[in-house]
Write a protein that binds this ligand. Structure first.
Ligand SMILES: NC(=O)c1ccc[n+]([C@@H]2O[C@H](COP(=O)([O-])OP(=O)(O)OC[C@H]3O[C@@H](n4cnc5c(N)ncnc54)[C@H](OP(=O)(O)O)[C@@H]3O)[C@@H](O)[C@H]2O)c1
Length: 304
């Protein structure tokens, strides 16, 4: 690449919604240093900012672009990620990677066949509270008795209450399945129910850990919902109770500070630059694919 050193990653952000703006903010503020360079954005709307805009052909053909970050609606992720990979670009996809288990496998296979990275964001895994839980469970060798993960929220955007665009709630909420799997290992599905009304979607699942301990997962999305309530409680055999405070939206980092999206980008770039072990890359891939499988199983069980 002309005028840049070998560690420079030229990045294009696709989609300028909440997630895309957070990516652009971090890249503009250079929170990851001079080697993570924003080449521009692809947006279907007129971009008011002073940002350089690119069309797909330009982004995919420019040699100084090596990676795309996909921040658009869920039903576009698979198509956009495939397009980027087919043109030799690494890809970071804001979760969910796609809306089917097979689609996920195909994308990882495509990336691997081309020696590229396909990284899927899940900033909830990076939350200090989640990391603390993981450490506590491991170091104290805690045995789960039962657990609950609940989310009550509005449809975050207009497209979110259209299941064709957002995906079935087990896909649009797959980050929670990843968190539960990250804490307790692979999960088995016992029950799944879905209430689908115009202004209200409720998914309730009963999952079991490999030690046959129950986990209840409930997502309730409402049109009229002012506060986002997120709650997790895990009760262990020795009486220990771990409760997640509602994390809410990702904290807004102060300039120069690495927030959750920046740390996710850092992880992606470490993979791209060969600074991340093969084991960690394989672990992340397994987590994503296993949870897409589970999301699909949940959808099938509800009969939706
Ligand atoms: N928000 C988060 O904290 C967060 C966290 C983790 C993962 N994600 C994932 O990131 C993806 C995008 O989520 P989001 O929260 O950023 O959704 P969003 O704000 O609704 O943006 C989605 C897309 O809608 C378009 N858009 C944004 N504002 C618009 C407006 N005023 N009018 C018309 N179109 C508009 C943008 O595309 P164009 O620029 O092309 O118009 C944008 O990429 C989803 O897959 C989500 O699961 C989000």
């Amino acid at each position: 690449m002309s005028g840049t050193d070998a560690r420079t990653s030229g990045i294009v952000v696709v989609g300028l919604g909440r997630a895309g703006k957070a990516r652009v903010r971090d890249l503009k503020q250079k929170v990851l240093g001079e080697n993570a360079v924003l080449r521009g954005v692809i947006s279907r709307r007129k971009v008011e900012d002073d940002l350089p805009t690119l069309d797909w052909d330009e982004a995919l053909s420019r040699e100084d672009v090596n990676a795309l970050i996909i921040c658009t609606e869920n039903d576009t992720h698979e198509q956009y990620a495939r397009k980027a990979l087919e043109h030799g670009k690494h890809v970071l996809v804001d979760y969910p990677l796609c809306l089917s288990a097979q689609g996920g496998k195909d994308l990882f296979n495509l990336a691997e066949s081309k020696g590229l990275i396909c990284h899927v964001e899940n900033i909830a895994l990076l939350l200090p509270a989640h990391q603390d839980f993981k450490k506590t469970i491991k170091t104290k060798d805690l045995s789960l008795k039962e657990g609950t993960a609940r989310l009550e929220a509005s449809f975050a955007s207009e497209w979110f209450n259209d299941i064709n665009r957002a995906g079935f709630p087990s896909f649009s909420g797959v980050s929670t399945l990843e968190c539960l799997t990250d804490l307790f290992g692979s999960l088995t599905l016992k029950e799944a129910h879905f209430v689908h009304e115009t202004d209200r979607h409720v998914l309730t699942c009963k999952l079991f850990t490999s030690e046959n301990r129950p986990l209840t997962w409930k997502i309730e999305r409402l049109r009229e919902c002012t506060a986002r309530k997120r709650f997790q409680e895990f009760i262990f055999e020795d009486g220990t109770v771990l409760t997640l405070p509602p994390p809410g939206p990702p904290p807004q980092p102060t300039p120069g500070h690495k927030g959750l999206f920046a740390r996710d980008l850092e992880l992606f770039l470490a993979k791209v630059r060969g600074e991340c072990s093969k084991e960690i890359i394989a672990e992340h891939k397994k987590l994503v694919l296993d949870c897409l499988e589970l999301a699909e199983e949940i959808k099938k069980m509800t009969g939706f």
